[in-house]
Structures are given as structure tokens and as C-alpha cells.
Write a protein that binds this ligand. Structure first.
Ligand code: ADP
Length: 173
């Protein structure tokens, strides 16, 4: 059975095989969920990130989870919203797909995502949510490895948008 869960909460607390970090291309830490993940994982995470030499927008790279309950962190820089005409939808899709590919390569059965690009990168929440849910759903249908994906909404606004968008898509949570 494949499953998509939508929850409100703090991604750093989740006991899944891998959590995804909405990183920036330097992979050297930042604010928002990136800052929260680095604080919770401890300084070893930044030390490993330094060895990765950054990541292009839409790409994904894996590290250990260190002090997190999650075994791994998959770091993906989403696109900065620049009005929508700079390939933002494709780049956001790439962030989800490439994160899931990396999860698959490392045998991760359970993966959790934040709402990539919807914080300081200003991607409109409803548009980003459609891409997130559609992309994850399509990937799960074809994966032999990833069986459960949890979409983690940090605040109630995002939670409501995710729940409403899920109802409009051709799948059931
Ligand atoms: P980006 O630069 O990709 O926009 P942000 O970290 O600014 O990344 O925001 C991405 C999303 O992560 C936002 O919806 C924000 O509310 C959410 N977020 C912030 N902290 C956490 C957390 N601890 N767990 C889950 N989501 C979080």
C-alpha cells in the first residue's frame, strides 16, 4: 500500500527514513526549515554539507540525519518565485522528483517533505501545493521503494491549503 499523509507539525521531529530540507544552493544553512533542521541535527550536519559543494536549484543531495530521529536529510534548493515565467513550476517539480529519486537510491521507505519554496522563496502556496501533491502522487505510483510520503505543513494555513488541494486531485490520502 502506498500512502500520502498531510499533517501539521515540525519536520525535525519526524521518525521517518528521510526528511527533505528546503535548502539554498550553497547547502550551508539558512533560515526557516533549513535553520530548524541544522539546529536539531547538530553541527555534524553542516560539516557534511560543506563536503557537498552546493547543489543546483531542483537537484537533491543526501546526508546523514545525525541527532535527528530521521536517518537521512535530503537537501533540495527549490526555485525562488520570480513571477512564474522563469521555469519555476518545472524547477519545483524537479525538487520533488529528484528528492524522491535520491530517497529511492538509498532505500528509504518513508519520506517527509516541507512545503518547498513557499517560505522566503515566495512561491504562491496554492500553486506550489498542486505541484507538490501531484508530483509525489505520480512518483509513488511507480516506486517499488518509497511507500509512504508525509507532507508536513508548519502552520494551519498551509495545512488547510494542502487538505483542500488533496480533495481536488484524483487520489485519496
Ligand atoms: P524556502 O526558502 O524554500 O521558501 P522556507 O524554510 O522559508 O524555505 O519555507 C519553506 C516552508 O517550510 C514554509 O512553508 C515554512 O512555513 C515551512 N517550515 C518552516 N519551519 C518548518 C519546520 N520546522 N517544519 C516544517 N516546515 C517548516
Amino acid at each position: 500500500m502506498k500512502q500520502i499523509n498531510i499533517i501539521q507539525g515540525d519536520i525535525t521531529q519526524l521518525d521517518v527514513t528521510a526528511i527533505v530540507n528546503a535548502a539554498n544552493p550553497s547547502l550551508l544553512g539558512g533560515g526557516g526549515v533549513d535553520g530548524a533542521i541544522h539546529r536539531a541535527a547538530g553541527p555534524e550536519l553542516l560539516a557534511e554539507c560543506r563536503t557537498l559543494h552546493g547543489c543546483p536549484v531542483g537537484g537533491a543531495k543526501l546526508t546523514q540525519g545525525y541527532r535527528l530521529p530521521a536517518q537521512y536529510v535530503i537537501h533540495t534548493p527549490g526555485p525562488v518565485w520570480q513571477g512564474g515565467k522563469n521555469n519555476e513550476p518545472q524547477l519545483l517539480r524537479n525538487s520533488y522528483v529528484n528528492s524522491l529519486r535520491v530517497a529511492e537510491e538509498h532505500g528509504c521507505a518513508t519520506v517527509a517533505f516541507p512545503a518547498i519554496s513557499t517560505g522566503v522563496y515566495h512561491y504562491p502556496l496554492e500553486e506550489a501545493t498542486k505541484i507538490a501533491l501531484q508530483t509525489v502522487n505520480d512518483f509513488l505510483a511507480n516506486s517499488q521503494v518509497v511507500t509512504e510520503v508525509t507532507m508536513v505543513c508548519y502552520n494551519v494555513t498551509a495545512y488547510r491549503v494542502y487538505k483542500n488541494t488533496a480533495r481536488l486531485l484524483p487520489f485519496n490520502e
